[in-house]
Each structure stands twice: as structure tokens, then as C-alpha cells.
Design a protein around this ligand. Structure first.
Ligand SMILES: *Cc1c(COP(=O)(O)O)cnc(C)c1O
Length: 330
């Protein structure tokens, strides 16, 4: 694999691979967790690995500001704001929706000095282009990072993340049967699926859809395209096809950002049993889906399972009522 690509250092790597003994016993499987919540950039999360390559590309192009977009509680936006601050780049965040109280990630975006632009969710890409033109007109040099940092440059971070995991598994002589992680803009998935092929991973790799509709062919095509562009950048001969993407579309619940029983229970289970914080939008749902697969027997007793924690506990404070709803009514 060509590792000459420009990269800045933002993450504490390798992130820990931890066994979860109490949850393993409770669920009747052998459970591990990959702690990408501990990448460490203004709390951490999966976007940090992508930003190591995206910010390096931005710096090579000698830009002076970055523009990206997401939801009001976007972890991607929070990590981008932190990365931009670290390299002295002005940061513009285009957030879908209307002005919200400064809680959770939105509070952190503001502390990190980002300039926030609220638009309708469907207008985010247009607004990013419009802002870029406006800034160029003012003599600035903007760099637009797509939603979630999910292009080939960002995905490279997750190809390398899988190789990192495989080295940890090999060193500890662990053979994992199933990996679960949440997917939304698809860049993490593109990188992991390619990385798994490159590393010769023999188990299954399932992406739990957070907001992708069942069998959205355009999404599957896009993830494979991004993976194949990343393969070309890295000089890998492996190719990813839409059929390689294993998706779980069964845990969409109330839609993006809606915390329901599945997420609430998963967050409480992980926290009370292992002292690890999951988040309300992504990891609560992703881990909840995995727990459901185990309890329903689709993952057999004793199998070795890994949950890839993508890091979103910084959003918890913005969802306190929803996260606590059940225990309050008990
Ligand atoms: C963005 C995000 C994801 C999804 O990653 P994509 O690359 O956008 O698919 C999963 N978990 C968390 C915590 C995220 O912030």
C-alpha cells in the first residue's frame, strides 16, 4: 500500500482495541470494541482519521479556510472545526435546520471558533458552493470538505484504520467473526470495506444504516466508487463492488437523530456494564443493532464480535431528555 499520501497528525493512534468481559458474559458472545471515540480531537471520533488526509490536502493547496456541512449535532463538523483551528484555518460550518441552543457539539463548534451558517437540510451542498464563491470573491482560498468528509481522500483514513485493527488482532491472536459499525455518508464504510479486503479479513463487516434508506442503489454505488478511488490513490489492486457492501437497514427507527428505545437501551447497557459512553445519533443505534442481532440469534452464541465505536458521546448533552426518557417514566 502506498503510504506516501500527504497526512497531518490529528489522532492518537493506534486507538485501543478492548475486550468487554462483562458485556460478553451478559450477551453470550465474545465482544471487543475499537475505540475510535478516543482519537482525541476535541473529544474524538471517526472523522479525525479522514481529516488527517483532508487537511493535509487542503494545506498542500495553500488554502486559508475550510467549509463543510452536517446536521446541527454533527460530529464531523465539530472535528473539522478543531482540525481547522489547529492549523490556523478559518472554518465555516453549514448546518441543516434552524438556530439551536448551544449544547453538545454545537457548543463545541462555537468554542472552536467556527462560523455557523444555518440552511434547510436540502440546501447544504448549494450553500457550501455559494459560500466558496463568495469567499473566493473576497480574495480568500476556501477548501470544501464534503458532508462527513466522505470522498476518496477521507476514506483513505479508514483503509489504514482497518490495517491498524488487523495488526492489533494478529498481535493478540484474535480472529473476529463479525464487525459492526454505523454508516451515514459512507466514507468510513468505503475505507473499511477496502481495508478489510486489503488485510485479507475473513469475517463479516456490517454497516448499520443510520439514515440510508433500504437498498438505496445510488448510495451503494457511491460507496464503491469512493472505495475504488481510494484504492487507486493507495496503489491497491483490490476493487469494491456494491454487492460487497453488507448493510443492516432494519434499525432506522424514527429516522436520523431520533433517539428511541433501541438507542436508549444500548447507551445504558454499554455505560452501566462497561463504563463506556456511546452517543445518541450513531453509536447508540449501531450498537443497538448489534445487540438485537445477538439477542435474536442471527449472531450465534460464542461468536467473536467487534463493535467499531465511531465516537459521538459529545452529542449526549443535546439529547438528555430523549436519552433519559425511559428511566424517568419507570
Ligand atoms: C459521521 C459518523 C458516522 C458515519 O460515518 P460516515 O463516514 O459518515 O458514514 C458514524 N458514527 C459517528 C459517530 C459519526 O460522527
Amino acid at each position: 500500500m502506498d503510504t506516501q499520501l500527504a497526512r497531518v497528525s490529528l489522532a492518537n493512534l493506534p486507538t485501543p482495541l478492548e475486550h468487554l468481559p462483562r458485556l460478553s458474559k451478559l450477551l453470550g458472545v465474545e465482544l471487543w470494541i475499537k475505540r475510535d471515540d478516543l482519537t482525541g480531537l476535541a473529544t474524538g471520533g471517526n472523522k479525525t482519521r479522514k481529516l488527517e488526509f483532508l487537511i493535509a490536502d487542503a494545506l498542500e493547496q495553500q488554502v486559508d479556510c475550510v467549509i463543510t456541512a452536517g446536521g446541527s449535532q454533527s460530529n464531523h463538523c465539530r472535528q473539522t472545526a478543531a482540525a481547522a483551528a489547529k492549523f490556523g484555518l478559518e472554518c465555516h460550518l453549514v448546518l441543516g435546520g434552524e438556530t439551536q441552543p448551544p449544547l453538545g457539539n454545537l457548543l463545541l463548534d462555537q468554542i472552536l471558533g467556527a462560523q455557523i451558517h444555518w440552511v434547510a437540510k436540502t440546501e447544504r451542498n448549494n450553500k457550501m458552493q455559494q459560500l466558496a464563491q463568495q469567499l473566493q470573491g473576497e480574495g480568500r482560498r476556501p477548501y470544501v470538505i464534503p458532508i462527513g468528509g466522505s470522498n476518496a481522500i477521507g476514506a483513505v483514513g479508514y483503509v489504514q484504520a482497518f490495517v491498524e485493527l488487523q495488526q492489533q488482532l494478529d498481535a493478540a491472536s484474535i480472529a473476529i467473526d463479525h464487525i459492526y459499525f454505523p454508516t451515514s455518508s459512507g466514507g468510513t464504510q468505503a475505507g473499511l470495506v477496502l481495508g478489510a479486503k486489503a488485510a485479507g479479513f475473513a469475517g463479516s463487516l456490517t454497516a448499520v444504516s443510520i439514515d440510508v434508506e433500504p437498498n438505496d442503489q445510488a448510495f451503494l454505488d457511491e460507496v464503491s466508487d469512493v472505495a475504488n478511488q481510494a484504492a487507486a490513490m493507495l496503489g491497491l489492486s483490490h476493487r469494491v463492488a456494491p454487492a460487497d457492501l453488507q448493510m443492516d437497514f432494519d434499525h432506522l427507527g424514527g429516522g436520523y437523530g431520533v433517539v428511541g428505545q433501541l438507542e436508549r437501551e444500548a447507551i445504558r447497557l454499554m455505560a452501566e456494564t462497561e463504563g463506556v459512553l456511546l452517543g445518541p445519533v450513531y453509536s447508540g443505534r449501531g450498537f443497538g443493532a448489534l445487540v438485537d442481532r445477538i439477542r435474536s440469534g442471527q449472531i450465534a452464541a460464542g461468536e467473536r464480535v467487534l463493535y467499531w465505536h465511531t465516537g459521538d458521546e459529545s452529542a449526549l448533552h443535546a439529547y438528555s431528555a430523549e436519552v433519559l426518557a425511559e428511566s424517568e417514566s419507570n
